[in-house]
Design a protein. Structure first.
Length: 173
């Protein structure tokens, strides 16, 4: 084995084979200064920092907010090329179109207006046929046709009364 530092090979090395033993020569010097008291004090110090950081309006919280503000100021997030459009049925919409629930053909018009989207999510439970659509339920068919034009995710609800083995099954009618 070639000793690059000169002198005798490190303790624990077999110079005839050229292989080091599992314990490295410098490993014992790293642990010499570590005592159980230092480990406990370090862990207590870290715990104190974590507790102080959890307290609202603490100096650490102010420091964290300052760091975040500087990060956002110097490296602002890159806006995503994909936009999210939310069609909200608010009080102005209800005044303009009429009271809720709206006929399903009205919802179909909203889906058709948003048909350029990659996906549409409808957060309404449509568990029963449209009572405003007449006996033949034409408005349900109009909504179904418009939802086939673009991938659509519908809200779901569980019916715990009809559940089996403690699990809720979606209520499909």
């Amino acid at each position: 084995m070639v000793n690059l530092h000169g002198g005798a090979p490190p303790q624990g090395c077999n110079s005839s084979i050229g292989m080091a033993s599992p314990q490295l020569a410098g490993a014992s010097t790293v642990r010499q200064g570590v005592t159980p008291a230092k480990v406990v004090m370090t862990l207590l110090g870290l715990a104190a920092i974590l507790i102080a950081d959890a307290i609202p309006n603490s100096p650490l919280a102010n420091l964290r907010n300052w760091m975040f503000d500087n990060y956002e100021r110097n490296w602002p997030p890159v806006p995503s090329p994909h936009r999210t459009l939310i069609i909200d049925i608010d009080s102005d919409s209800i005044r303009h179109i009429g009271q809720w629930p709206w006929p399903r053909d009205q919802l179909a018009q909203l889906v058709e207006r948003a048909s350029a989207a990659r996906v549409i999510g409808i957060d309404l439970l449509l568990t029963e046929p449209d009572r405003l659509g007449g006996q033949a339920h034409e408005t349900d068919a109009v909504l179904a046709v418009s939802m086939r034009q673009v991938p659509t995710v519908l809200a779901a609800a569980a019916d715990p009364v009809n559940s089996r083995h403690g699990r809720c099954r979606p209520s499909l009618r």
